[in-house]
Unconditional design. Structure first.
Length: 451
């Protein structure tokens, strides 16, 4: 019954949903009895997410989502199935909307193959991963560890059909003293895991390409399932450079573009300028792709009194966990006194995290740009233009006020709204930040005048 209803729903949507294009807008129509119409200008579209699964490829189709900055349920324009020709035309119209020439007849007179060739020629390719990059990415992403739960899952499924547990135990006991068999098994498992990780990474990030033209950034990836993320440069609200502990050890970084439109599911990483870039190359590429952005390596450290504030600030997680361990210790531990060991261990983890966060935190006002760097084991550097910041907040607790410190919170357009916070900065920095933000109106007026 569920299958029948699903098929009926697909057919119903196919018959009742239509779209029309003019020089400047989408016109979406849907409904049979209760009809509705939406008009969305091309200029309101912030990014485009194109996806082509293996099934799509068989029939020359694709799916696409056009994201806007609106927050309602109809903010996105979604086409679950669309032909490649129609999709190329839609994207071309959106990119053309920034131009003053909207002669649709002249546009349609150009052959499709020639249009695609012109688009590709106008793009500058900034990055394509090499085999070495793919191998390094497979280790950095820990893809090789995925094989272990897969083997366990498959073994449990086979166990339901065939009784292999007793046979495995018999084999293990009979060969427990054969060191060469155990060694051979471990080597084979390592080789399989590494090969699986490399293949998985290649299928996910193979044919990865970062390209751009004067107005647009193009990020494409995938072998069996291809996806493309397209965003106008002027729609980029901010940039994040993230490094996990493993990436910091290997000198790698990930650059993410923050836009007012949604960027899909986080695991897709559609808005990422390749998650495994060498740090220096990441900064260079950022300047190539977004020449209007300025990133400086010189940033200010927090003063020593910021560390004392962080150490004196109570940890409610530790307090609640300690109380819970104290009252429930007879049910949890065989030895009643063992609860305090867990409490001390949790206390050390929390305060080591605070110390590392203090060491890694940086800040800088650089003309019309602001930079924050925060994090303990994983660090994130945030860069944004003054005119892209829509809201600021400076707050002080009693302890911060006594030591002349503040907390700065900054808001950028995104879905959901993107908040960036840096704690325990000097009060002079907070005052300079307010003065810096007041000039945002001047930046906007200058931009309007230049247009």
């Amino acid at each position: 019954m569920a299958v029948v209803l699903t098929v009926f729903s697909i057919i119903y949507k196919w018959f009742t949903q239509k779209y029309l294009l003019d020089d400047v807008s989408f016109h979406m129509y849907k409904g049979l009895f209760n009809k509705s119409e939406r008009t969305i200008p091309y200029t309101k579209i912030h990014n485009i997410q194109r996806r082509q699964t293996f099934i799509h490829k068989l029939f020359g189709l694709a799916s696409v989502v056009f994201e806007t900055s609106m927050t309602d349920t109809d903010a996105s324009i979604k086409f679950g199935v669309i032909s490649q020709k129609e999709l190329n035309e839609l994207e071309a119209r959106i990119h053309q909307s920034g131009s003053t020439n909207h002669d649709v007849v002249a546009y349609e007179a150009v052959p499709e193959a020639e249009k695609e060739e012109q688009v590709i020629c106008n793009r500058t390719v900034h990055f394509r991963p090499t085999r070495k990059d793919t191998i390094k990415a497979s280790f950095t992403s820990l893809s090789f560890l995925v094989l272990i739960p897969i083997i366990v899952s498959v073994s449990s499924e086979i166990e339901d059909i065939f009784d292999i547990e007793d046979k495995a135990k018999t084999f293990l006991m009979s060969n427990i003293n054969s060191w060469w068999i155990i060694s051979l098994f471990i080597v084979a498992l390592v080789i399989m895991s590494v090969a699986f990780g490399v293949v998985r990474t290649f299928l996910r990030y193979g044919r990865y390409e970062i390209a751009s033209d004067d107005k647009t950034i193009f990020i494409s990836k995938g072998i069996l399932e291809e996806s493309t993320f397209t965003i106008s440069k002027d729609k980029v609200q901010a940039v994040e450079v993230t490094q996990s502990l493993i990436k910091r050890m290997l000198g790698l970084a990930e650059v993410k573009l923050i836009s007012a439109g949604s960027v899909g599911e986080s695991e897709d990483e559609t808005n990422s300028l390749y998650p495994f870039l060498p740090v220096q190359r990441a900064y260079e590429m950022l300047e190539e792709v977004l020449p209007d952005y300025e990133v400086t390596q010189k940033m200010y450290l927090l003063p020593g009194k910021s560390l004392w504030v962080r150490l004196l600030r109570p940890s409610w997680l530790w307090i609640i966990a300690t109380i819970a361990l104290f009252f429930f210790r007879p049910q949890v531990f065989d030895v009643k006194q063992a609860w305090w060991i867990i409490s001390v261990f949790l206390f050390l983890i929390i305060y080591i995290h605070r110390i590392l966060d203090f060491i890694n935190t940086r800040y800088m006002l650089n003309g019309g740009f602001i930079q924050f760097k925060t994090g303990s084991l994983q660090t994130t550097m945030f860069v944004s233009k003054r005119k892209k910041v829509i809201e600021v907040e400076v707050s002080r607790s009693r302890l911060q006020k006594q030591l002349g410190l503040s907390t700065i919170n900054m808001v950028n357009r995104s879905k959901p709204v993107h908040h960036t916070m840096i704690k325990d900065v000097p009060e002079l920095m907070a005052d300079a930040y307010r003065t810096w933000y007041i000039k945002r109106t001047e930046d906007i007026e200058i931009e309007k005048t230049s247009i």
